[in-house]
Design a protein around this ligand. Structure first.
Ligand code: G3P
Ligand code: CA
Length: 323
């Protein structure tokens, strides 16, 4: 089902977020003008196994503006929605393909890992990506990016993340080109191509975003994920100005923004959107505090959206005073 009001807001974002970053256009990037954006982190991953069609479908039903697939590559070069480089945590690869591991030394111990890129799509299709999460999800599959796009099409945006692009580069794949090719198959490789299905590409790798923006001349909105030891420097005026040379937004951790609340204004001044991660209800009684936390970021810190595992808890309006 289409949601006309949000579609208008998404169109505004798609129009503005990737445009040249003149200060006069900055106001159009803010949550105040386009409405804060709900990005369903790995789908509605609090309620269904992350990165499965069940999680993405539920996220749409819960009103997500964007669904988020992290991307990995199969041996035959197909982009799939999967967070980890390996299949170990979220599938039964160990049982289905007991001999197809690599051994690695981790803190002096030899461990076995089932890398997604060592398997073809046909093989990955044989895996159960739902049982680890809980009853009722047995047999759900690892989806392709293509399936995620088809699901979202006309209903919500997609926020794909190039995961470990340097690992895939070392193995001879061009993840960024493959992503643009896949988007082009659906006519979504250009900014604002389909206002009902906006696309924002994100990465922890500045290099990956620079390849997209400069080498491949993509005009799609790009979000640089900020965390780790260099984060403090990225969140200075100088760091943000540098980011604005290859991205249109930042995705900092929520803790970083609590430490650097001024970074929201600084990022906006640099023409960058701010969409922090990851917000989730923690524990069985965590809903109220999750809503309160999200409201703080949206309505007091002034971020432009956020990644959450609980799309149903995303507050669209500020809490009423005194409540
Ligand atoms: O992409 C935003 C957030 O998802 C980054 O963390 O590890 O969940 O991909 P991760
Ligand atoms: Ca991610």
């Amino acid at each position: 089902m289409k949601r006309p009001v949000r579609t208008v807001l998404l169109a505004a974002l798609a129009l503005c977020v990737g445009c040249s970053l003149e200060s006069t256009e900055q106001a159009d990037l803010s949550a105040e003008s386009v409405g804060a954006l709900l990005v369903a982190h790995r789908g509605a991953s609090a309620y269904a196994p992350e990165h499965t069609m069940a999680a993405y479908q539920l996220a749409l039903e819960q009103g997500a503006d964007f669904i988020e697939p992290d991307l990995q590559l199969t041996q035959d070069g197909v982009l799939i929605a999967l967070h980890d480089l390996t299949l170990d945590r979220t599938t039964n690869a160990r049982e289905v393909f007991p001999d197809r591991f690599r051994e690695e030394l981790v803190r002096g111990e030899t461990v076995r890992r089932w890398y997604a890129n060592d398997f073809t799509l046909e093989e990955i299709r044989q895996l159960d990506a739902g049982s680890w999460f809980g009853e009722g999800f047995e047999g759900v599959q690892v989806p392709t990016l293509s399936e995620v796009i088809e699901l979202a099409s006309g209903q919500a945006g997609i926020f794909p993340e190039t995961k470990a692009p340097e690992v895939y580069g070392d193995r001879g794949y061009n993840m960024e080109q493959l992503l643009l090719d896949e988007l082009e198959r659906y006519g979504l490789h250009r900014r604002n191509a389909d206002p009902s299905t906006p696309v924002v590409i994100q990465s922890f790798s500045a290099e990956s975003l620079k390849i997209l923006r400069h080498d491949l001349a993509s005009d799609l909105p790009l979000t640089f994920l900020v965390s780790g030891p260099a984060a403090d420097e990225w969140l200075t005026a100088e760091g943000l100005a540098e980011i604005s040379g290859f991205a249109t937004g930042i995705g900092p951790t929520r803790n970083l923004l609590l430490e650097h609340p001024d970074a929201v204004d600084l990022a906006h001044e640099a023409g960058l959107t701010v969409i922090p991660w990851t917000f989730a209800a923690r524990g069985p009684d965590g809903s109220a505090s999750a809503i309160e936390e999200m409201a703080h970021f949206l309505f007091e810190l002034g971020v432009d959206g956020l990644f959450t595992n609980n799309p149903d808890l995303f507050p669209r309006t500020p809490p009423e005073e005194g409540s």
